[in-house]
Write a new protein. Structure first.
Length: 197
């Protein structure tokens, strides 16, 4: 395939994946309101290793969460390994548009959970796996800095309440003792962290 055609295919697949990803996020339960034109996609700036792992899991039908199978299985089923790498690189290079910083007591509590965990509940610090700046550290530890607070809450709820993300078994253990306030606190803190490049 020519380089120009490959680039065009990557752009088309990018648009389709972003639309499919966003379509699974239509309210707080599904992450965010895509009917609001001010809400942009949130794949931009994510670590390419993480995107590769997730796209590969969608293609293999290993992600069982509702948005995963309803929107991403079909879109990703015919992606080649090269296309997955190109999509991951494309989104990793896109600038992440930061959301407003949340103010009040929640971000302070969230920072404490992120940096120190919750000892009494045996919840380890988030930074252990996600890095001291929320930058992510590998295929299963995405960048959290700058992510939408409600998206983070939704993901924490999925990990806590279900077994629909098999690759997230460690996160299920981490989330089991988190209260809704804990989740919102850490998510509020992370939304205000500047994204890492």
């Amino acid at each position: 395939m020519s380089e120009g055609k490959s680039a065009m295919n990557t752009k088309l697949l990018s648009a389709a994946l972003l639309a499919a990803y966003a379509a699974g996020c239509t309210n707080l339960e599904r992450s965010r309101d895509i009917g609001d034109a001010r809400v942009s996609g949130k794949l931009a700036g994510q670590r390419p290793e993480y995107l590769i792992v997730q796209l590969t899991a969608f293609r293999a039908h290993e992600r069982m969460d509702p948005a995963g199978f309803a929107y991403m299985w079909g879109v990703s089923r015919k992606l080649t390994d090269q296309q997955i790498r190109e999509l991951a690189d494309y989104y990793a290079q896109e600038a992440l548009v930061p959301e407003p910083v949340v103010t009040g007591p929640l971000p302070a509590l969230g920072q404490s959970i992120f940096e120190k965990g919750i000892g009494a509940a045996q919840v380890p610090p988030c930074q252990t796996c996600h890095g001291v700046q929320g930058q992510g550290t590998g295929g299963n530890a995405p960048q959290l800095a700058g992510q939408y607070a409600n998206y983070i809450v939704k993901q924490l709820e999925v990990f806590q309440r279900t077994d629909l993300r098999p690759e997230g078994a460690a996160m299920k253990q981490v989330c089991r003792a988190l209260t809704p306030e804990d989740m919102l606190a850490v998510a509020s803190y992370l939304q205000g962290l500047p994204p890492q490049r």
